[in-house]
Design a binder for this molecule. Structure first.
Ligand code: ADP
Ligand code: MG
Length: 711
């Protein structure tokens, strides 16, 4: 088969050559197609530039000119005024900035720039106060109007060069871009062809054209992704039978009797949905999405015991050893009078213990199995696996399916539980192939955790005094730090002079962003008469378990820890939480931490100790003071920081999307999800008209989503 011109190496393109090809290679651009889909990072809209002679007082406008004068003057009050004058066709305007002396260094004489803002007439001249500035390339300056695209660059590659390359690639190859979508789909939605869209984003005559093109490309990206997820569902639904797990009134009553409380409406609703799935003979793939402390574990236990009652094995898999053991303990408590055979399987068992566990699982003697990833190792085989519950710490990306080896041909049911609520747009991508059971109600009597931002100084002293009183009355506290030890070469979390105040003063170990340091300072300082423990991920497993056991038993009054306590730890008597350097944490993470307190009968308190008191830090932390609902916190965090950070990872690349931005394109995500489901459900995806789309989806996601057959 002849190579498509779109796959051609770019060094053979007019105006590229081996040297520039190497530079473009650094940007990940190797083929013609890479270039065509290398979208501009922003635009310069020169269609709206106002000639300096036509400026009007107080009306927002944009002017273009060359830098002809730079100056910085002190003000009478001890600040500075920075002024930058630009010239165009014999006319001048000035941009001024107060107390931003660094602005001066951003300009050079002869720079060609755009100022946007509201001009004022001052001393016979037009002045822009803190205008928005865009720098133009020397050759942008010469161009007369139009919309200029701007791309990511690398050293040695100039904007105008890349723009020229893009123009010639689009003109020579753009029309060859195939369109996976048939006209019957595009036309009613007013979508241009993909080839047109590529032209519009790279060579737009107006800003609107650019957006029209971009929208089409993003639509394609998201639709293909959602079709992939829908196909994945279909593969699951079509695979051989799943265990039929019926619900009887007797079993229901027997399970409910195990709990000292009645279920919340949210729990009852989720349980009903799960029971419906379990009895249907098709493998369940459901996500239980709930706020911290909503009682997901109860739902999991109910479903697992139902599977056991029907003669199947039930598995609960947790992301960490600490959590697996905690779930284990919950089971032990719940089932102390029950004969259900239980097995714990984690990575830290001795060889002998592990062999014994494997044997019980393989023979079917084990009915209820709790563990970590150790459960999906190759040498673990299940006799009659009926239901798998996965308590998930989310990573960013498309979830890989966990493969549980089972002898029978039936596919086990799967229930996924997220550790924290996530924004809907993330749920639709990460979990887009699952049915979702949201659970928003909290168990009765839960008071919202009283949350406070406590800057250093007298307020912090008061917070410590409060904490000491609560400890004296029998409560317990978590003291969370962003890291384990003070790493060498890192600046202190707060300036030295503030650090010097630490020691035995009630302001205490405020320089402590490290758990070890905070622990040691508290032990000789504020909490010297208390029993306190230290918990972090680098301690040995047994040591960690000891500490957790002692804390749970109330033998420790305070626990200094890293975020190892973040997910799922449940100690009802712990009602106090202090977070050091709170601004360093993601909001979703802080909310998760906050979920550790106020779980029992006692009012929960959360004190956020920021190490700096900047407006940005405050804006973010105030979200937590204002919202107690985890879904709202997650949405706010998402809006403030973007998807990668919400999930505690800075790598956005794990989600296999090419141009879509989950924040910007959230509405399109919903639309394309419905479109994809419709295409798959109606069978239209399997018609010749949609063969190109289906092929493209399989090529992109076949392996990743395990849908290579296409269902
Ligand atoms: P999460 O959803 O965060 O995993 P858990 O399952 O750990 O929450 O439950 C949090 C706490 O709430 C536990 O101590 C649990 O016993 C309690 N709980 C769960 N459901 C109820 C209920 N219906 N009524 C009262 N308490 C409940
Ligand atoms: Mg939990």
């Amino acid at each position: 088969m002849e190579e498509s011109p779109l796959d051609r190496n770019i060094q053979y393109i007019k105006g590229v050559g081996p040297q520039r090809a190497a530079l473009l290679g650094r940007l990940g651009l190797n083929t013609v197609s890479d270039l065509l889909f290398n979208l501009p990072r922003d635009l310069l809209d020169l269609t709206r530039v106002t000639p300096m002679a036509a400026i009007a007082e107080g009306e927002t406008c944009q002017v273009r000119g060359r830098v002809v004068d730079l100056d910085a003057r002190p003000t009478r009050k001890g600040g500075t005024i920075t002024g930058v004058a630009i010239e165009d066709q014999g006319q001048y305007v000035r941009g001024i900035w107060f107390n931003q002396p660094w602005m001066l260094s951003r300009f050079k004489f002869n720079d060609c720039v755009l100022f946007s803002g509201k001009p004022k007439r001052r001393a016979g001249r037009w002045e822009f106060g803190s205008p928005h500035v865009q720098w133009l390339d020397p050759d942008d300056g010469g161009s007369q109007g139009g919309v200029l695209t701007r791309y990511h660059l690398t050293e040695g590659l100039k904007m105008h060069e890349l723009r020229r390359i893009m123009r010639s690639v689009v003109e020579e190859y753009g029309h060859l871009v195939p369109d996976p979508l048939p006209e019957s789909f595009r036309f009613p939605l007013g979508l241009p062809t993909l080839a047109e869209a590529v032209r519009l984003v790279h060579l737009p005559a107006t800003v609107e054209q650019f957006h029209q093109g971009l929208n089409r490309i993003v639509h394609e990206d998201l639709l293909e992704f959602q079709v992939g997820l829908s196909l994945r569902r279909r593969v699951w639904q079509r695979t051989a039978s799943a265990p039929v797990i019926p619900l009887t009134g007797k079993v229901d009553a027997r399970i409910r009797r195990l709990f000292p409380f009645g279920f919340t409406t949210g729990q009852d609703r989720a349980i009903a949905e799960i029971c419906h799935d379990l009895a249907a003979g098709r493998a369940m793939h459901r996500l239980l999405q709930a706020d911290v402390g909503a009682g997901k574990t109860v739902v999991a236990i109910y479903a697992l015991l139902l599977a056991v009652a029907a003669g199947y094995q039930g598995v609960l898999m947790a992301p960490t050893e600490v959590l697996a053991r905690q779930h284990w303990q919950t089971f032990e408590q719940c089932l102390q009078h029950s004969r259900v055979e239980r097995v714990l399987l984690t990575g830290t068992l001795t060889t002998v213990e592990r062999r014994a566990a494997h044997e019980k699982i393989r023979s079917g003697q084990a009915q209820l199995i709790v563990g970590t990833q150790a459960l999906i190792q190759k040498d673990v085989g299940f006799a009659r696996l009926g239901l798998v519950v996965i308590d998930e710490q989310h990573r960013f990306g498309v979830r890989q399916r966990s493969h549980f080896a089972t002898d029978t041909s039936a596919t086990p049911h799967t229930l996924v539980m997220t550790a924290t609520p996530i924004p809907r747009s993330l749920a639709l991508t990460q979990f887009g192939d699952l049915d979702i059971s949201p659970m928003r109600e909290l168990p009765p009597g839960r008071q919202p955790v009283s949350t406070h931002i406590v800057p250093a100084g007298p307020q912090r002293t008061k917070a410590w005094e409060f904490l000491l009183r609560k400890l004296a009355s029998g409560r317990q506290a978590y003291l969370v730090c962003p890291r384990i030890d003070a790493r060498e070469g890192e600046p202190p979390a707060i300036p030295q002079d503030a650090a010097a105040q630490s020691g035995n003063s009630p302001d205490g170990p405020l320089n402590g962003s490290s758990a070890e340091q905070v622990f040691h300072e508290l032990r000789v300082g504020i909490l010297k008469n208390h029993r306190i423990g230290l918990l972090h991920g680098q301690l040995g497993v047994e040591h960690k378990q000891d500490i957790m056991r002692m804390f749970r038993a109330g033998e420790l009054q305070a626990l200094v820890s890293t975020t190892v306590i973040e997910v799922g730890v449940d100690v009802p008597n712990a009602s106090l939480l202090v977070v050091f350097d709170a601004e360093r944490f993601g909001l979703a993470q802080l909310h998760q931490l906050r979920g550790r307190v106020g779980r029992g009968a006692h009012q929960g308190y959360c004190f956020l100790f920021p190490s700096v008191d900047t407006p940005e830090a405050r804006t973010r932390l105030e979200v937590l003071v204002r919202h107690t609902d985890g879904f709202e916190v997650a949405e706010a965090d998402f809006r403030l920081r973007g998807p990668g950070d919400v999930l505690g990872t800075r790598q956005h690349g794990d989600l296999p999307l090419q141009s879509a931005d989950l924040l910007r394109d959230a509405p399109l995500l919903e639309t394309t999800r419905e479109q994809a489901q419709e295409l798959v459900r109606s069978g239209r995806l399997d018609t010749p008209e949609y063969a190109p789309l289906k092929q493209r989806v399989l090529a992109r996601f076949g392996e990743l989503m395990e849908i290579s057959g296409g269902g």
